[in-house]
Design a protein around this ligand. Structure first.
Ligand SMILES: [Zn+2]
Length: 321
């Protein structure tokens, strides 16, 4: 008991000491550089960084800097401040992601290793690193095969609304990485884009300012459904087809509608409390890797035609407002 008390006192003193040191630095006009404040490297981390740096050298985009936060490792040629800020966003969405899904019954947690984010200074570096010319509306991507998240700073290319796009891309792509590293999904079993993009779209409107809580209506995704419902060119995609045809998410003609409906489905499933235990079990089977996507869903959520009816109805209701 006494011993514990002493430890508590000590840690409080340490905390006060650190807090006052930070205050002194702040008042003297010096900033606590992200490097100095970074937590130490974990075992094996230097090797992981070494591999990325090698790849960057080959692509002609050295030198790389390194930033660390509690759960993320930021590597890249973006300025120190930008890298540190990006990791703060990653930590923020990480906390929200775990809380939302744990509240719904998912047994998920941070991985033991820091999750790596390659943070590049502009579209040119991104193109060189991933091998190809990026479309300016991409912002970054999480690659399941290499298990790597690569993002770049839009502002360097002065695209209108660049800062907003930066955050959107970072939140969306970090959600993909969190899905595979916290035990919600597994990299060994591709659940299909309807599931993975639905999850990313469920979280993508979150912002560090706290003005856009997770789990509300995703207006841009709903707008895609609304636009499509007014045109004859794009029709409602049958939910069975959405679940099984990943190409719908890549084809220009159907992509917006597919992303919109994937959001709508996840919004429906994660908003309806009575469905939570079934959704948790469904994800368990997705991780176990049953190959028949429709059968796996129906086992837990009932006939897919019925789910399709509910989603069409919900879509119509939300579109009307
Ligand atoms: Zn995505």
């Amino acid at each position: 008991m006494d011993r514990q008390q002493t430890n508590l006192d000590l840690s409080r003193r340490q905390w006060l000491y650190q807090a006052s040191a930070a205050l002194v630095l702040a008042s003297s006009g010096l900033s606590t550089s992200s490097q100095a404040a970074d937590p130490p490297a974990a075992p094996g981390e230097d090797e992981r960084i070494g591999k990325i740096v090698e790849k960057a050298k080959d692509a002609g985009i050295a030198p790389f800097g390194v930033s660390r936060s509690t759960h993320f490792l930021g590597v890249g040629n973006a300025p120190d401040d930008f890298r540190a800020e990006a990791l703060e966003v990653c930590e923020g969405i990480g906390r929200v992601f775990l809380k939302q899904l744990r509240d719904r019954g998912f047994k998920i947690d941070y991985p033991t290793e820091r999750m790596m984010v390659v943070i590049l200074k502009d579209a040119t570096s991104y193109g060189a690193f991933v091998g190809g010319v990026p479309m300016l509306n991409v912002g970054g991507h999480f690659d399941m095969d290499s298990d790597r998240l690569v993002v770049f700073d839009f502002r360097a290319d002065a695209a209108p609304g660049a800062a907003r796009t930066n955050t959107f891309a970072l939140v969306h792509e970090t959600t993909h990485m969190l899905s595979y590293h916290t035990g919600l999904l597994t990299l060994a079993r591709d659940p299909g884009k309807c599931v993975s993009e639905g999850i990313a779209a469920y979280f993508e409107m979150w912002r560090p300012t706290g003005n856009a809580p997770v789990g509300r209506i995703n207006q841009p995704r709903l707008e895609s459904i609304r636009r499509a419902s007014r045109q004859d060119a794009v029709e409602w995609i049958d939910t069975a087809k959405l679940l099984t045809t990943d190409a719908l998410f890549d084809e220009e003609k159907t992509a917006e509608q597919a992303y919109g409906q994937a959001w709508l489905m996840m919004y429906h499933l994660l908003s309806s409390r009575s469905l939570w235990p079934k959704v948790v079990d469904w994800f368990g089977d997705l991780r176990a890797g049953s190959s028949d996507r429709i059968a796996t869903l129906e086992k837990h959520l009932g006939p897919i035609a019925k789910l399709d009816d509910s989603l069409r109805r919900l879509g119509r209701e939300l579109v009307r407002g």
